[in-house]
Design a protein around this ligand. Structure first.
Ligand SMILES: *Cc1c(COP(=O)(O)O)cnc(C)c1O
Length: 364
């Protein structure tokens, strides 16, 4: 499986796609991850054979033998990125090469077969091309792309699977949080951690999410929108949210975000670090303790906190709750730096300003 590998996709168009009227009705208020396009991509892998049977076909259920390894040992990874409608009616993606690299890194951590980057990118092109009518127009909408791969061998022994299935599905989406760019309240979990050193925190694997759900449920029970995890060793330093990275903005205009290691290396996080530095801000990747967060919020040195990720882009964090108390960040509103960085990023993603970074990838 070296680089440079390419595969031909067999295209079997859906014989009963949604009509234009049905599609328009579904896309009026798509929400997040609720409605799906007409097609999917599947590619198989078997040890000794490599990747084969690349297909674009009608989206539908995938039969699973009850002994399929993923159902038992959770050998599964995924990605998430978006396609946008360009001003001229074409379609772009944002930094898909970064997702291809991360998908390969996640596969390596989970002892899975690496999918060549070109095949990953080609699958995105194929699906967007056949389902292009599902890319929303307008300022908020996009087509969320969900590549994933799982251990498909039917075998109960504990070892890396010898077979994998790669699948790509797509979902037209509006804004991630109902209510748009409203500040959220976060819950700092005292009982649960997300990822330990040496664990799978930096891999985008379903297991991390499975393990985060009890903490997220605890957040909801306490009237919060999202959970924030502290480091698993000292239980002092901020790691990230269940599915988003976190940034702190100070009164001198500087930014800080936790360093890579146990957190997921977000493409949005990386893009914000670049944009903020270009805008003349000091940016630091450094450990930030929960005590520091609270002290700086109370002294007023901390002006803004936001979470970031592909799905919700930048989301302001207005208040923080934990088992012993609660505090607000500044006046609890969306701050100017959060707004400005969000706008800078969205303007590039939506092709409204020149892209000096080579981040925008033209598909159609
Ligand atoms: C996907 C993900 C993020 C955000 O990554 P982006 O590439 O910016 O979408 C952050 N944290 C976790 C745990 C994630 O799974």
């Amino acid at each position: 499986m070296g680089g440079g590998e390419s595969l031909d996709f067999e295209i079997r168009p859906n014989t009963a796609p949604a009509s234009a009227a049905e599609r328009a009705a579904l896309m009026t208020d798509p929400g997040f991850g609720r409605i799906f396009t007409d097609h999917m991509v599947t590619i198989k892998f078997a040890a000794g054979k490599g990747w084969y049977d690349a297909r674009v076909e009608a989206r539908g259920p995938i039969p699973l033998d009850p002994a399929t390894a993923v159902l038992h040992y959770a050998q599964e990874i995924f990605e998430g990125l978006k396609a946008y409608r360009a001003a001229d009616g074409g379609v772009t993606m944002f930094r898909p090469e970064a997702n291809a690299h991360r998908f390969a890194a996640s596969a390596a951590r989970m002892a899975m077969a690496p999918l060549p980057h070109e095949v990953f990118l080609a699958s995105l092109h194929e699906l967007i091309t056949i389902d292009r009518a599902w890319v929303p127009d307008g300022d908020d909408g996009s087509l969320y792309l969900r590549p994933f791969m799982y251990a498909s061998e039917a075998f109960l022994g504990v070892r890396p699977s010898t077979e994998y299935l790669y699948v790509l599905i797509a979902s037209p989406v509006g804004s991630y949080f109902a209510g748009g760019l409203q500040p959220v309240t976060v819950w700092v979990s005292a009982d649960y951690t997300r990822a330990a050193p040496g664990g799978t925190g930096a891999a985008k694997c379903g297991g991390n999410y499975g393990a985060s759900l009890a903490a997220q449920a605890e957040a909801i029970e306490h009237g919060c929108d999202q959970v924030v995890f502290l480091d698993a060793v000292e239980r002092r330093y901020v790691d990230e949210l269940g599915g988003m990275n976190i940034f702190f903005v100070y009164d001198d205009g500087s930014l800080a975000t936790p360093p890579l290691g146990t957190i997921l290396p977000g493409v949005t996080r990386d893009s914000i670090l670049t944009l903020a530095a270009e805008q003349g801000r000091d940016v630091a990747e450094r450990p930030i303790s929960f005590d520091e967060w609270r002290t700086d919020a109370q002294s007023g040195r901390l002006r803004e906190v936001f979470a970031c990720g592909t799905a919700a882009v930048l989301t302001p964090i207005g208040a923080v709750r934990w088992p012993d108390g609660e505090f607000g960040v500044a006046d609890g509103d969306t701050g100017p730096v959060t707004n400005h960085l969000r706008q800078s990023l969205v303007d590039i993603q939506r092709d409204r300003v020149p892209d000096h970074h080579g981040w925008v990838h033209r598909v159609l």
